[in-house]
Design a protein around this ligand. Structure first.
Ligand code: ZN
Length: 128
């Protein structure tokens, strides 16, 4: 996998050209707008929803990321406060899931679309 592909996944850029934004810019921390996606790439015209229900599989990516987040929080709590209570652990996991929700939502979709649409260069003609 190319470094630029990893960078485009992290930055939620178009998987085909790595230029256009998949999501509205600057809305990551807006609770009502963080999930709004652009219909297609502004640079190459790649559709960001190739078919209805396309991102159903991103749920499994999100599940894996959340599991990693929860294990990390659990290990950190075990190291920092070995005599923690179950309610503290569950509270920490709940807060972590809510705080990281916008980032995990976006990165899951970005990973999912990058699995199926490969990079084809920056100088693509617009298909729309
Ligand atoms: Zn593009």
């Amino acid at each position: 996998m190319r470094f630029s592909t990893l960078k485009s996944i992290y930055q939620c850029k178009c998987p085909r050209c790595h230029k256009g934004d998949m999501f509205l810019r600057g809305k990551l921390l807006n609770p009502t707008k963080f999930s709004v996606m652009n219909k297609s790439c502004s640079h190459c015209g790649q559709s960001f929803e190739p078919e209805p229900g396309y991102y159903f599989g991103a749920m499994f990516v999100s599940y894996a990321i959340n599991t990693a987040l929860f294990i990390t929080a659990w290990v950190a709590l075990t190291i920092l406060k070995p005599d923690y209570s179950l309610s503290l652990l569950l509270s920490l996991l709940g807060v972590a899931a809510i705080v990281f929700l916008p980032f995990i939502y976006r990165i899951s979709r970005s990973i999912w679309i990058a699995i199926f649409i490969s990079y084809q260069g920056e100088d693509l003609p617009s298909s729309s």
